[in-house]
Design a protein around this ligand. Structure first.
Ligand SMILES: [Zn+2]
Length: 84
Protein backbone atom coordinates (compact mmCIF):
# COMPACT_ATOMS: atom_id res chain seq x y z
CA UNK A 1 0.00 0.00 0.00
CA UNK A 2 1.62 3.23 -1.16
CA UNK A 3 0.35 6.66 -0.27
CA UNK A 4 -0.01 8.95 -3.26
CA UNK A 5 -0.25 12.70 -2.89
CA UNK A 6 -1.54 14.87 -5.75
CA UNK A 7 -0.12 18.36 -5.93
CA UNK A 8 -1.43 21.27 -7.96
CA UNK A 9 1.08 22.46 -10.61
CA UNK A 10 2.56 25.32 -8.59
CA UNK A 11 2.43 23.79 -5.14
CA UNK A 12 5.79 23.06 -3.49
CA UNK A 13 4.74 22.14 0.03
CA UNK A 14 2.75 19.09 0.96
CA UNK A 15 1.26 17.61 4.04
CA UNK A 16 -0.29 14.20 4.15
CA UNK A 17 -0.91 11.13 6.23
CA UNK A 18 1.08 7.97 5.62
CA UNK A 19 -1.59 5.34 5.17
CA UNK A 20 0.46 2.32 6.35
CA UNK A 21 1.45 4.24 9.51
CA UNK A 22 -2.12 5.27 10.14
CA UNK A 23 -3.27 1.70 9.68
CA UNK A 24 -0.52 0.34 11.94
CA UNK A 25 -1.36 2.83 14.67
CA UNK A 26 -5.03 1.98 14.37
CA UNK A 27 -4.30 -1.72 14.74
CA UNK A 28 -2.07 -1.14 17.75
CA UNK A 29 -4.90 0.65 19.52
CA UNK A 30 -3.14 4.01 19.70
CA UNK A 31 -5.11 7.09 20.49
CA UNK A 32 -6.51 8.65 17.35
CA UNK A 33 -4.60 11.90 17.92
CA UNK A 34 -1.35 9.95 18.40
CA UNK A 35 -2.05 7.95 15.26
CA UNK A 36 -2.51 11.13 13.25
CA UNK A 37 0.67 12.61 14.60
CA UNK A 38 2.70 9.47 13.90
CA UNK A 39 1.37 9.24 10.35
CA UNK A 40 1.75 12.92 9.49
CA UNK A 41 4.31 13.68 6.80
CA UNK A 42 5.25 17.16 5.63
CA UNK A 43 7.81 18.36 3.17
CA UNK A 44 8.53 20.31 0.05
CA UNK A 45 9.15 19.34 -3.52
CA UNK A 46 10.76 21.28 -6.35
CA UNK A 47 8.35 23.26 -8.48
CA UNK A 48 9.81 21.66 -11.57
CA UNK A 49 9.60 18.06 -10.45
CA UNK A 50 6.68 16.24 -11.89
CA UNK A 51 7.12 13.29 -9.63
CA UNK A 52 8.84 12.72 -6.33
CA UNK A 53 9.17 10.04 -3.73
CA UNK A 54 9.58 10.76 -0.04
CA UNK A 55 9.60 8.52 2.97
CA UNK A 56 7.78 8.83 6.25
CA UNK A 57 9.58 8.46 9.58
CA UNK A 58 8.96 4.72 9.45
CA UNK A 59 10.33 4.40 5.92
CA UNK A 60 7.17 3.95 3.90
CA UNK A 61 7.23 5.37 0.41
CA UNK A 62 5.00 8.31 -0.37
CA UNK A 63 4.63 9.19 -4.03
CA UNK A 64 4.14 12.82 -4.99
CA UNK A 65 2.51 13.53 -8.32
CA UNK A 66 1.43 16.65 -10.09
CA UNK A 67 -1.85 17.16 -11.78
CA UNK A 68 -5.51 16.76 -11.15
CA UNK A 69 -6.27 14.00 -8.77
CA UNK A 70 -8.38 11.18 -10.17
CA UNK A 71 -12.07 11.58 -9.35
CA UNK A 72 -12.05 8.24 -7.56
CA UNK A 73 -9.62 9.58 -4.96
CA UNK A 74 -11.43 12.77 -4.18
CA UNK A 75 -13.55 11.32 -1.48
CA UNK A 76 -10.59 9.91 0.41
CA UNK A 77 -8.61 13.14 0.07
CA UNK A 78 -11.44 15.14 1.53
CA UNK A 79 -11.41 12.87 4.52
CA UNK A 80 -7.65 13.31 4.90
CA UNK A 81 -7.99 17.06 4.78
CA UNK A 82 -10.45 16.93 7.62
CA UNK A 83 -8.04 14.88 9.68
CA UNK A 84 -5.08 17.19 9.27
ZN1 LIG B 1 4.63 5.32 7.21
Amino acid sequence: MTTTVWLPPSETAFSCLCEPCLEAARRSGALFSDALQAASVRGTVGRDSALGVVRCAAGHEIVLRRGDRPPALQRRDERQLQLT
